[in-house]
Ligand binder design. Structure first.
Ligand SMILES: C[S@@+](CC[C@H](N)C(=O)[O-])C[C@H]1O[C@@H](n2cnc3c(N)ncnc32)[C@H](O)[C@@H]1O
Length: 254
């Protein structure tokens, strides 16, 4: 059996990024589309919340592209939070990493003393049920001042009335994954095994398993659901800023 290499947080993030790029074909252009909106819409010293930040992928890119911005990153996976703290610690007080469970009613309480111009999320909110999503969107609408934006990048599956688009998207996903894994990218499970094998991380992996064991990813909600839920939650303007097959960036302006 090969020994697991000991990797610093930045290398774990790089392996995570390769793994995620196997599941999200145009992940970097998707981040770019989100950042272009921030660039066009906000002043350079904006503050953002990264919702379900994982190991800090989105926050890291945002802090690099916008050197005057600051980001609060939240997640509920203790192992990913540990990697995020290691990566985002490089940005000093421009970055903070907090634990929050988005399915709890009080998930936003630790953010009470912070003001945000933007909330960002990537490849994450499909973990929430439609009921939890509506609740999170409603809380976000309360949290954000008029003019602030929410940008959510995620796969939003086509429904049964879009059979062709649905099967094209599934076939495309399959091809991208096969090519990425053949080229050496970790699978989701491989990456977690690698991370759990890092010094001091095994107990965090056990705790992660305990927290998420009874929370399988949800059936993906279609775009229409997200747009209606965001309007219902109190956002003034909703729409899409980027799409590739069933992968979208949704914008909601407060
Ligand atoms: C596929 S990862 C995406 C991470 C990162 N945003 C990215 O794009 O690389 C999904 C993230 O959602 C987080 N997540 C799932 N359910 C959550 C919950 N109830 N509260 C907070 N975070 C959650 C997971 O811990 C994980 O970090």
């Amino acid at each position: 059996m090969n020994a697991i290499p000991s990797l610093p947080p930045r290398d774990l993030l790089a392996r995570w990024d390769d793994q995620q790029a196997a599941y999200v074909a145009h992940r970097e252009p998707r981040f770019q589309a989100m950042f272009d909106v921030l660039d066009l819409h906000l002043s350079p010293g904006f503050t953002a919340l990264d919702l379900a930040c994982g190991p800090g992928s989105l926050a890291d890119r945002a802090l690099r592209r916008f050197p005057h911005a600051s980001v609060t990153a939240i997640d509920y996976d203790p192992l990913l939070l540990q990697v995020a703290r290691g990566v985002l610690g490089e940005y000093g007080d421009r970055a903070s990493v907090l634990e929050a469970d988005l399915v709890r009613d009080d998930w936003a309480d630790p953010l009470a003393d912070r003001a945000f111009d933007a909330v960002l999320s990537s490849t994450a909110l499909h973990w929430l049920s439609p009921t939890d999503l509506l609740r999170v969107y409603t809380r976000l609408a309360d949290l954000l001042p008029p003019g602030a934006v929410f940008l959510n990048a995620d796969h939003l599956r086509f429904g049964p009335d879009h059979e062709t688009l649905r099967s094209l998207s599934a076939e495309h996903d399959g091809r991208v994954q096969r090519a990425a894994f053949a080229a050496g990218a970790d699978t989701w499970d491989d990456w977690y095994a690698l991370a759990a094998g890092q010094p001091g991380m095994a107990p965090l992996a056990v705790e992660r398993e305990r927290r998420f064991a009874t929370r399988p990813p949800q059936p993906l909600a279609p775009l229409d659901f997200h747009l209606s839920a965001l309007r219902t939650a109190g956002f003034a303007e909703v729409g899409t800023v980027w799409q590739y097959l069933d992968d979208y960036v949704v914008l909601a302006r407060r």
